[in-house]
Design a protein around this ligand. Structure first.
Ligand code: NAD
Ligand code: TYD
Length: 330
């Protein structure tokens, strides 16, 4: 297959680019290279003759129409992806996650693309106190990020109903692993711990997320892409429900950092208490996550310890201004 993968210079998208090339496919990676897009994430495949890169915005119809030509499938990873940034600047999220998704969908129809896979998130369901969300549950997003992703999902589902477009949506849970921009919980706390900086825990730290390793998330997306039913949604969750404070303690152990670095700070507004996913539907297609959470977390800590050249340059410049805006007055 020739695949258009958007956001392939980001954290999960770059892992999926590697997976697709390893499986023998051709990849066109279209990425705007925002603060989160990093060419180093795909450096090892850049010279592969089956790989090409297009520096463009998914909301630019002309650039997308050109890049999509000859592609059989589209996998849309491109997004503004961080909840805290969405609270500071929702407009960028509407531009990429809603408008960009609609532009890509229209281009895929125009070009006769056989399948459009939208990479979405469990956050569109909102928070759940007990049990786990099924794909048939209503969406009830809490943050500007999850509301924008929900807007993208609704565009995708409407395209199936209105135009009979072949679409599939995956809703992944909180993802971790190498090459994740150090603004989300795990890479932020690991790199802060390695630098001897504070670990800012929001509120009581007893919020729960369902963690999945990036490689397991990618095999889930791959399974839904190849075997999923047109018009269907598939939850992709690791089944690892861990409170934030427990992850924080484990990171301190794994890095050998001083437990006194933990600082409880003002909670995030609209903070979802718990996420949990029922993955029966995707497992029925033969998928299961392969990674043990604790081993995968330890391997992730090792990766950050071994690759300061990847994250140290990021944690300067624009990042420092963001960090001050986000945590300075907390
Ligand atoms: P990321 O922030 O690491 O990467 C996003 C990529 O998209 C970057 O390379 C960026 O340059 C690119 N991009 C942003 N706006 C663009 C635009 N307008 N046009 C073209 N490219 C653009 O994100 P990630 O964590 O790898 O997440 C990838 C996808 O997975 C997103 O759709 C996200 O909503 C979803 N998701 C992420 C998680 C998670 O925990 N990280 C969990 C579930 C779902
Ligand atoms: P995050 O990685 O931002 O993912 P999401 O908000 O999309 O689930 O946050 C994961 C959890 O960690 C969430 O409950 C918020 C919390 N958190 C902190 O306590 N401190 C932080 O500095 C960050 C970034 C997150």
């Amino acid at each position: 297959m020739r695949m258009l993968i958007t956001g392939g210079c980001g954290f999960i998208g770059s892992a999926f680019v590697r997976l697709a090339l390893d499986a023998g496919h051709e990849v066109v990676n279209l990425d705007r290279l925002t603060y989160a897009g990093n060419p180093a994430n795909v450096a090892e495949v850049a010279a592969d003759p089956r790989y090409s890169f297009v520096h463009a915005d998914i909301a630019d119809p002309g650039a997308v129409a050109e890049a999509i030509r000859g592609c059989e499938v589209v996998v849309n990873f491109a997004a503004e992806s961080h909840v805290d940034r969405s609270i500071l600047d929702p407009g960028a999220f509407i531009h990429t996650d809603v408008v960009g998704t609609a532009v890509l969908l229209a281009a895929a129809r125009q070009a006769g693309v056989e399948r459009f896979l939208q990479v979405s998130t469990d956050e569109v369901y909102g928070s759940i106190e007990t049990g786990a969300f099924c794909e048939s549950d209503p969406i009830d997003p809490s943050s500007p990020y999850s509301a924008s992703k929900a807007g993208g999902d609704l565009q995708v589902l409407a395209a199936h109903r209105t135009y009979a477009q072949d679409v599939v949506i995956t809703r992944g849970s909180n993802t971790f692993g190498p090459r994740q921009y150090p603004e989300k919980l795990i890479p932020l706390f690991v790199t802060n711990a390695l630098e001897g900086r504070e670990l800012p825990v929001y509120g009581d730290g007893l919020q729960v997320r369902d963690w999945i390793h990036a490689e397991d998330h990618c095999t889930g997306i791959w399974c839904a892409l190849i075997k999923g039913t047109a018009g269907a949604v598939y939850n992709v969750g690791g089944g690892n429900e861990v409170p934030n404070l427990q992850i924080t303690r484990r990171i301190l152990e794994l890095t050998g950092a001083d437990p006194g670095l933990v600082r409880h700070v003002t909670d995030r507004p609209g903070h979802d208490r718990r996420y949990a996913l029922d993955t029966t539907r995707l497992r029925a297609l033969g998928w299961a996550p392969a990674r043990d959470f604790d081993e995968a977390l330890a391997a992730t800590v090792d990766w950050y310890r071994d690759h300061p050249d990847w994250w140290r340059p990021i944690k300067s410049g624009e990042y420092r201004a963001y960090y001050e805006a986000q945590y300075g007055a907390r």
